[in-house]
Write a protein that binds this ligand. Structure first.
Ligand SMILES: CC(C)(COP(=O)(O)OP(=O)(O)OC[C@H]1O[C@@H](n2cnc3c(N)ncnc32)[C@H](O)[C@@H]1OP(=O)(O)O)[C@@H](O)C(=O)NCCC(=O)NCCS
Length: 144
């Protein structure tokens, strides 16, 4: 494997949002995915962005966030040309390691019910789906 696993910083911002766009993940440039909000998020003790680079190209990304109660894995995305190579699995594993080291004993992910590749990917990583939960959110503005 020639990919290099890196903890990402705000210097990687453009590569991260480009990869989310290429992977078809919606992002909120005027909300929590703005450069300013992501820079602030990355400063938090329980947060780490991990990425796999091949030279200057970001191939995979994911966010680990231990909130003190649960560990969340967010926004995992892999370059469409490099899917099926186990890259998401590597990102998930690194996120898990980071959050366990912080003290997390419950690891979670929110996945849309139509996102079969992501569902199988997390199942393969040992996550169990509990279909009895509904996702509630309260937004300060539409694009937050
Ligand atoms: C979901 C995603 C991150 C998987 O990335 P990936 O690097 O291709 O995944 P991996 O190669 O690590 O695959 C791990 C496992 O996931 C499952 N999987 C991955 N892609 C799959 C697909 N298209 N269909 C069914 N299962 C799939 C398989 O179980 C696979 O294990 P296997 O190769 O031993 O069969 C990638 O498809 C992606 O970027 N999707 C768009 C963004 C997205 O939806 N992100 C998730 C948000 S919750």
């Amino acid at each position: 494997m020639s990919e290099i696993l890196k903890r990402l910083s705000i210097a990687d911002y453009q590569e991260i949002v480009n990869l989310w766009a290429d992977a078809g993940l919606p992002y909120k440039p005027n909300g929590r995915d703005s450069r300013a909000m992501m820079a602030k998020e990355m400063q938090q003790e329980g947060v780490a962005y991990f990425g796999l680079y091949e030279e200057s190209r970001l191939l995979a990304v994911g966010i680990a966030n231990y909130d003190g109660r649960r560990g969340w894995i967010n926004r995992v995305a892999v370059d469409p040309d490099r899917r099926g190579d186990g890259l998401a699995g590597m990102i998930i594993e690194e996120c898990e390691k980071f959050m366990r080291a912080k003290g997390a004993v419950v690891l979670t992910a929110l996945i849309e019910d139509i996102n079969e590749p992501s569902i199988s990917c997390f199942q393969k990583a040992g996550f169990i789906c509990d279909k009895s939960w509904l996702y509630f959110s309260k937004r300060d503005f539409q694009d937050s």
